[in-house]
Every structure is written in C-alpha cells, then in structure tokens.
Design a binder for this molecule. Sequence first.
Ligand code: ADP
Length: 159
Amino acid sequence: MKIWICPGSFDPVTKGHIDIISRAGVMCDKLIVAVGENKFKKSVFTAEERVDFIRRSLNGLKNVEVESFHGLLIDYAREKKAICIVKGLRAVSDFEYEMQMAFLNKRMDEEIETVFLMTNINYSFLSSSAVKELALHGGPIEGLIPDAIIDDVRKKFFK
Ligand code: ADP
C-alpha cells in the first residue's frame, strides 16, 4: 500500500490546499493530511479546529485521512510507513524554502521522497495568511476557502 503524507499548517485550509490534496489522493493508496504545529509561528486556529475544518472540506475523498502531529515530519512519516511527502508549490518564493526542507528530510531518510505539485493557476495567489488578513478586516473570503468552513472562520475574528 502506497502511503503519502501532505503536511502543512492549514491555518485555515484553503481551496488551494484542497486542490493539492485531491490531486495527490489519486496518486497514492492512502493520503494522510498531517496538520503540524509551527513553534515559531503561532496559529490562529487550534490543531483540533484545523483538523476538523479539513475533514469537513474533503467532500467524500475516500482514501484521505487527517491527523495532527508533533515533532519532526520525517519521524512521523516513518511511523506512518509513508514513502512520499507531497507539497504544493505556488511561486518561486515557495521553492527555496521547500527545496531546503526536501534536502533536510532526504538527509534524515533517503528512502522517503518529496514530490511537488504545481498549484492550480486559480489558486496561485492564495494563502492561509491572505485569508486571515481578509477575514480580520471583514473582507470577502467566499471562493477562497471551502464553503463548509466559511462561517467558522468568520466567527473566529468576530466573536
Ligand atoms: P500556507 O503557506 O498557506 O500557510 P501551509 O503551511 O498550510 O500553507 O502549506 C501546506 C502546503 O500547501 C505547502 O506545501 C504549501 O506550499 C501548499 N500550499 C498552500 N497554499 C497553496 C495553494 N494556494 N496552492 C498550492 N499549494 C498551496
């Protein structure tokens, strides 16, 4: 069974993430979406909320599981017996950071590959940070994140 991992902070999940998850899902037997904690970047949504948002946005994708994880991604990937880490690339600006991570992960486990999927052109401008910025100022977030989570994301900023 070919298990792949799609890691990220997903704070919150966007349609760009869902596009990458759907496309990666058909390339493997099981895709684990792994919601991580970034110790240097405080997230707006809790890990539980972020996992729940992704689960509610999957629209029947059968071979996709969502979990949160702590610690090193490569240790988590090994524990899950994953053969591949899949990431989305939006622009050259993503590339440098992602290349560094891919080399570091390869150095720790040369059997686990990193695969990159190019963003869907419609979502190339889209990031979780942009969504949060818009939501904070009451801007339109429809079409940027899955419909199922729009109310919850808005609520977070206007309690
Ligand atoms: P963000 O940069 O939005 O905070 P994450 O840390 O949650 O994203 O990213 C998880 C993965 O999803 C990364 O590989 C990132 O490049 C990718 N990704 C994020 N937004 C998009 C998008 N709009 N299109 C394609 N890939 C994306």
